[in-house]
Design a binder for this molecule. Structure first.
Ligand code: FES
Length: 159
């Protein structure tokens, strides 16, 4: 199933929902302070949106580049960072930016993850960090630059 293939280097992204659903994600559309945007990778050769697997739901957000740690900066682009959008606690999609501007909150049970430091868990009940994805900006579009790093999905013991 080509729709279920994991993100591949060179993929673009499409919005998963909202008014811009299925439209290509351009870097200029993502501003510091905006909530995380949920997106799917897209095969640029065929236009196939890789929406056939829930673990392909990716969270894209622009952060302050100066705040990124050494583990996170190399896979960011102009402060843009990407993580798996699936909460590692019990699999809810992560949609909320915390007021500190550098962490995201899962609204299901309140787990909080550090965007600027590799998706590390700041507040439980989640115990495992979010998988990260290397990204780049190509011709103004946000693109995939590498494979996911880290385990995907919710912790097996809690599913
Ligand atoms: Fe995210 Fe429980 S599913 S905190």
């Amino acid at each position: 199933n080509p729709k279920a293939i994991r993100p591949q280097p060179g993929d673009t992204f499409a919005y998963l929902s909202g008014e811009a659903k299925d439209q290509k994600v351009m870097a200029a559309d993502l501003k510091v302070g905006d909530p995380p945007r949920l997106v799917y990778p897209v095969d640029p050769a065929t236009g196939t949106i890789r929406s056939g697997s829930r673990v392909n739901q990716i969270l894209l957000i622009r952060t302050d580049p100066a705040a990124l740690t050494a583990a996170t900066a190399p896979r960011s682009a102009d402060g843009l960072v990407a993580y798996s959008a699936i909460c590692t606690h019990n699999g809810c999609p992560i949609t909320l930016l915390n007021e500190d501007g550098r962490s995201v909150v899962c609204t299901c049970h309140g787990s909080r993850f550090d965007l600027a430091d590799n998706g590390t868990v700041l507040t439980g009940p989640a115990t495992r960090r979010l998988a990260g994805l290397s990204i780049a900006v190509t011709d103004g579009a946000v693109t995939v630059a590498g494979a996911f790093v880290g385990a995907l999905g919710a912790a097996p013991s809690q599913q």
